[in-house]
Write a protein that binds this ligand. Structure first.
Ligand code: NDP
Length: 335
């Protein structure tokens, strides 16, 4: 008999999530039926979208999220014991999967591709959904050209750090905006960003003018709000903005979102193209994105960092720490 541990959403989040909003409970799993397999979580992802999407489900659900789990029992020859899967099954230690059933938020589980000697956890980051978000969100939406200037906000996070590096691979001038001097140092000294601006201590308007005298052609927006208005006001005519996220407002209630300056004047004046996206738009090209990023990692062109929290019991701490900016690169939990 297998007893799974899982986090149940006890209250919808109000403001910053509280530990009491989630409760760990035991669940006794039934015997496997034909076609099913059982995974044991090895790594779990904590991501900004969880703060927003959890509100869409009723209290009592298992907290949403992806994980990498090892198959420890199977009655399905396509999912043999020992393989790893990336599965959108929530914050839980053990899960029975029927591959024919669609999971939360749509994406069916898939076998983790062969990552050679790289850590399996990268399947939640640079070689998983955040990696594909960076790749497709930059290349398809911004359509950058060599020599152009790219600004990325949330630059030291999982998606942002990856976007900036793709920008360098494609021959762009890259400016990152992030929340600490240590993060800015990492972006410049290790990842090769041309400039990095600490939005907590520097005047973003003035510094961006200094470091982007030819203005900005592409903006990859992870944070929204006033930072994004500042960047858009310094763009070139026909600039392209890829709206990936707006983490600066995720802890706010939908009926009390922060107000910010009107942006339409500048959007019209500069004829900007602004497009939001969700990475699932390119789910049919999932492996293409993973393979592209994998090749760049193997070639030494794409670096990654993970902020690893140990212990399933510490999932909440990892989640809130990520929302507070304690992570550099991808925030994950190792069970
Ligand atoms: P990150 O690894 O970037 O972690 C979140 C980071 O957000 C923190 O480290 C913190 O860094 C920053 N942050 C927190 N609060 C604020 C704030 N008020 N203003 C500015 N920055 C803040 O997470 P991800 O890389 O996973 O996600 C980045 C963005 O991409 C999010 O908006 C997320 O929702 C979005 N996303 C969108 C997808 C899509 O399909 N559209 C898919 C995946 C992610 P700092 O110290 O710099 O403040």
């Amino acid at each position: 008999m297998v007893i799974a541990k899982k986090y149940v959403l006890t209250n919808h989040f109000k403001g910053e999530p509280k530990a009491s909003d989630l409760t760990i409970v035991d669940e006794e799993l039934p015997a496997l039926k034909d076609g099913e397999y059982l995974i044991q979580a090895e790594y779990l992802s904590v991501d900004p979208y969880m703060r927003v999407y959890a509100q869409r489900y009723p209290v009592g659900i298992t907290m949403i999220g992806r994980q990498i789990g090892k198959i420890i029992a199977s009655k399905n020859k396509n999912y043999p014991v020992g393989k790893r899967v990336v599965a959108n099954v929530g914050w839980r230690t053990h899960t029975i999967i029927d591959p024919n059933l669609k999971e939360h938020l749509g994406q069916p589980p898939y076998i983790l591709p062969d990552l050679d000697t790289l850590p399996a956890s990268l399947g939640l980051g640079v070689l998983g959904r955040p990696g594909n978000t960076a790749y497709f969100g930059l290349v398809e939406i911004c359509q950058p050209k060599a020599g152009e200037t790219l600004v990325v906000s949330g630059a030291a996070g999982a998606v942002g750090s990856h976007v900036g590096q793709i920008g360098k691979i494609l021959g762009l001038k890259v400016i990152g905006i992030a929340g600490s001097d240590a993060k800015c140092k990492w972006l410049k000294e290790e990842l090769g960003f041309d400039h990095a601006i600490n939005y907590k201590t520097q005047d973003v308007t003035a510094t961006l003018k200094e470091v982007a005298p030819n203005k900005v052609d592409c903006y990859f927006d992870n944070v929204g709000g006033e930072i994004s208005n500042i960047v858009m006001n310094q763009m070139n005519t026909f600039g392209r903005v890829s709206i990936c996220g707006s983490i600066s407002s995720y802890n706010a209630q939908v009926d009390a979102l922060p107000k910010c300056s009107i942006v339409q004047r500048i959007v019209v004046g500069l004829q900007l193209r602004i497009e939001g996206f969700i990475v699932s738009r390119w789910d049919h090209r999932l492996m293409e994105g993973i393979e592209k990023n994998h090749q760049w990692v193997k070639d030494g062109k794409l670096k990654y960092r993970e902020t690893v929290t140990k212990g399933f019991i510490n999932m909440f701490e990892a989640f809130v720490g990520m929302l507070q900016g304690k992570n550099t690169g991808k925030a994950i939990v190792e069970v």
